[in-house]
Ligand binder design. Structure first.
Ligand SMILES: Cc1ncc(COP(=O)(O)O)c(C=O)c1O
Length: 422
């Protein structure tokens, strides 16, 4: 028994504790990471993780392509490549971006390990410790992790159902200016926002670009979900109308498969050069095999048809979630209606704390991500992110019902009924 305790204590002692860089001290496990273990238990319905529905891919076709790649092009597929990435893939990426009105040359594109690495590289080349960064409130948790590691000061700009609020952006910029500061960039997810599920309206796109252009504020446009709208054509990218001021981040994680880890950044030439240098120092080059796999997939498979299949699958799951929320959520809850993507942002009655409630939800076999994970400043306590991308429609309904029971018990427990907003 004693030796067990000693062993456990030894495990916790960190021999490097005094040696960490300040950026590493700022790194903490995200709310989502710590959840994955419990949420993965089969009895738990996870409405937490944003895992794409990879099973909707023709896995046999992808398998054959992978085999052929090694058989026919093994010496290129298994060799080092350049830090900027395969030119043929970059050409195909320019074709993909045309769907959102972007006209780019393959030289403008830098391949990355998912768009997460693009975020990391852009943060590394632009942020010094203490720099201000503007980002939507709430914001993508992976971006907040990157900004924290760079010791950025994240200033959240509120959104509503039409996305980022231009007047709130101006106000945040005025607040910084009054303190003698200016932000390094605006980070935004304009389409089917993670976690908020909302989309920046067309009139606001112009307004936001005008505000940023006249202040010389660079925009980082992170767009993993842009092609996953449930109706109509894809929205026009911010980069399409202001290529000099916008760095666009894209990924094949949601339109093909996250496991290939292929994303990209498109940037003005000088920024692109810095990104290539940063990529080289981070990874030398990206996986040649993964890049060729994606390139061949885009060249020879009906990838647009596959995206339609994904959209159909996510639309069905979104509908299942919205119907279930309508049917069973207690009064005082409100939620967004995503027109695409993976997420619903659920607001709870005042007085409830989604983080404190999580262990009780997991005991009731349902998992979600508490809203606090999506703010750098501790806000978001009475919000929850629900993902509908992965569970089947039946499991989604069951999960929402379990969550509703947990919320009812919580409302009872806190007497929150009296605290409901009128
Ligand atoms: C808004 C946003 N940006 C970036 C990423 C990173 O995606 P990946 O690195 O798989 O391309 C995600 C993943 O969920 C995301 O939601």
């Amino acid at each position: 028994m004693n030796s067990l305790i000693t062993e456990r204590r030894l495990e916790r002692i960190d021999p490097f504790a005094d040696n960490y860089a300040s950026g590493a001290r700022a790194m903490v496990a995200s709310e989502i990471r710590t959840l994955f273990e419990v949420a993965a238990r089969p009895e738990v319905i996870s409405l937490a993780g944003g895992m794409p529905c990879v099973s909707a891919l023709p896995l046999d076709v992808v398998g054959d392509m992978a085999g052929q790649l090694i058989g026919e092009r093994g010496s290129a597929a298994l060799q080092y490549g350049t830090a900027q990435g395969d030119p043929g893939l970059r050409e195909m990426i320019c074709e993909v971006m045309k769907l959102e009105g972007i006209s780019a040359h393959p030289d403008d594109v830098v391949i990355t390990v998912g768009s997460q690495q693009a975020l990391d590289l852009i943060a590394r080349i632009l942020i010094d410790p203490g720099d201000a960064v503007l980002a939507e409130g709430p914001s993508y948790v992976g971006a907040l992790g990157v900004f924290a590691a760079c010791q950025a000061d994240v200033i959240h700009v509120p959104m509503d159902d039409d996305g980022l609020i231009p007047e709130a952006l101006e106000q945040a910029m005025r607040g910084l200016a009054a303190a003698g500061r200016r932000a390094k960039f605006l980070y935004t997810v304009p389409n089917f926002h993670n976690p908020a599920g909302v989309t920046l309206s067309p009139p606001r796109r112009g307004r936001i670009l005008d505000i940023c252009a006249s202040a010389g504020l660079p925009v980082i446009e992170d767009n993993p979900y842009g092609l996953l709208g449930f109706s109509g054509n894809p929205m026009r990218a911010l980069r399409a109308d202001h290529p000099d001021g916008v760095v666009y981040l894209g990924t094949f994680s949601k339109t093909f498969a996250p496991g290939v880890r292929v994303g990209w950044a498109v940037a003005p030439p000088a920024v692109r050069d810095k990104l290539v240098l940063a990529a080289e120092s981070a990874v030398l080059c990206h996986s040649s095999f993964a890049q060729l796999l994606v390139r061949e997939y885009l060249r020879h498979q009906p990838w647009l048809e596959q995206i339609k299949i994904f959209r159909g699958c996510y639309r069905q799951r979104r509908n299942a979630m919205l119907n279930a929320l309508d049917a069973v959520m207690p009064g005082g809850c409100r939620w967004t209606t995503p027109g695409g993507g993976f997420y619903v942002w659920l607001g709870l009655p005042d007085g409830l704390d989604s983080r404190a409630m999580l262990p009780r939800a997991v005991s009731a076999h349902v998992a979600y991500v508490p809203g606090t994970g999506f703010y750098a400043n501790g806000s978001g306590k009475n919000y929850i992110r629900l993902s509908y991308c992965f569970p089947s429609p039946d499991r989604i309904c069951e999960g929402v019902q379990r969550l509703a029971h947990v919320l009812e018990a919580e409302i009872e427990r806190h007497g929150a009924r009296q605290l409901l907003p009128s």
